[in-house]
Design a protein around this ligand. Structure first.
Ligand code: NDP
Ligand SMILES: N[C@@H](CC=O)C(=O)O
Length: 345
């Protein structure tokens, strides 16, 4: 069964936004040519159509020829007008996660829901800054609030927290969810300098445009804050955060850990024993620990489910394609399934 015509509006056309646009085109083309379409619901994604792309100050309403070269984009108009013009049913956010950009990102999310569109986001700043309001408005609007890409790109950490473990007695979360810091510490353990390793993470599109939140632990903590909101209804925006940064001094510890068969990992934790607090520590993890096995920028998260044991999900590297894939999954979920079932957190 084909998905009916679903115009999608994309905010942000950096590495993640571009990867999403390419995936959307691939899914639609595959459906048109009757090839198998990778689709979580078993339905075809052929009706998904990129209707408009928005950058910092310019936008492109997408026609038959796809996204036009930048020089041909028109000046930005208010999002509400563009939603009216395109009739978009899904708004996808792939703008920077810098805290200074939280307010406009909140406004965009509210505008999307006001216009009856689902929201799918890779952007984290507004989710962290205004959790309760976003959750409440999306729930009241009975529209999707797709967060998969905010908690570890391709890793389905949020899906596991919000639906797969529903009803489980999750007591604690222990995670490596920042691909950049895991990758950087791994490279430093092999002899690279901090600057070289960060440069490489940037080239691979894993690091943020401003990588300070990757290195300080704030991004890793942010992802676990969101998981804690989904699992325990903690107010993501008001949690205490206790961080340990990756810096030049990390190299010696990383090398020593590797020589002894262990690995140094930026590990973020939250636990019902310490409500309201998320911690990030540079911890030595031993072989056999699920957090040892990953190779940066892969991710892993273990949910301690009390008497039924620990459930771990791992793999799914950070990358623009990983984030875009998670956003495509959320998009398909909202346009092919009952949004009340898997919609707002
Ligand atoms: N890379 C990864 O592995 C992952 C990234 N993410 C998240 O995805 C998001 C997008 O990342 P990425 O593609 O690297 O892009 P950037 O964070 O570099 O954002 C680029 C896009 O945002 C636009 N933009 C920049 N500044 C502003 C602003 N002040 N207001 C509005 N728009 C602005 C740019 O506009 P213009 O085109 O005009 O320059 C561009 O289109 C980030 O929030 C990131 O945290 C999530 C999971 C994984
Ligand atoms: N910069 C982030 C990108 C995904 O959220 C990371 O390194 O994991």
């Amino acid at each position: 069964m084909m998905v009916p015509d679903v115009p999608v509006l994309l905010l942000g056309y950096g590495p993640v936004g571009m990867a999403y646009a390419e995936l959307l085109a691939r899914v639609s083309k595959a459906a048109v040519s009757k090839a198998a379409v990778p689709d979580v619901t078993g339905q075809r994604g052929g009706g998904l159509r990129l209707a408009a792309v928005v950058g910092r100050s310019a936008q492109c309403v997408v026609g038959e020829d796809g996204v036009r070269p930048r020089a041909e984009w028109e000046p930005r108009t208010p999002l509400a007008d563009l939603l009216d013009q395109t009739g978009a049913r899904v708004v996808v956010q792939a703008t920077p996660s810098h805290p200074d950009l939280a307010a406009p990102a909140v406004e965009d999310a509210l505008t999307a829901w006001r216009h009856g569109a689902h929201l799918v986001t890779a952007t984290k700043c507004h989710v962290l800054a205004d959790w309760r309001r976003l959750r409440q408005v999306s729930t009241q609007a009975r529209l999707g609030f797709g967060l998969s890409a905010t908690t570890g790109a391709a890793l389905p950490a949020a899906d596991v927290a919000r639906s797969a473990l529903l009803g489980y007695d999750v007591q604690a979360v222990r995670a490596c969810l920042n691909g950049t810091s895991t990758y950087v510490v791994d490279r430093m353990s092999e002899g690279m300098t901090l600057a070289e390793a960060v440069g490489e993470a940037r080239r691979r599109g894993i690091a943020e445009a401003d990588p300070s939140a990757d290195l300080s632990g704030a991004d890793a903590a942010g992802k676990v804050r969101i998981l804690a909101g989904l699992l325990w209804d903690w107010d993501v925006s008001t949690l205490d955060v206790d961080l340990a940064p990756v810096d030049e001094g990390t190299a010696a510890e990383a090398v020593a850990a590797r020589r002894s068969g262990a690995r140094l990992r930026p590990v973020a934790t939250a636990s019902l024993d310490q409500p309201g607090t998320v911690r990030v520590r540079l911890a030595r993890v031993e072989q056999g620990d699920p957090l040892h096995a990953i190779n940066g920028p892969e991710k892993a998260v273990s949910y301690d489910c009390g008497e039924v044991g620990v459930v771990t999900v791992s793999g799914g590297a950070s990358s623009p394609l990983g984030a875009a894939t998670a956003m495509l999954k959320d998009t398909l979920r909202y346009v092919t399934a009952d949004p009340l079932r898997l919609g707002a957190p």
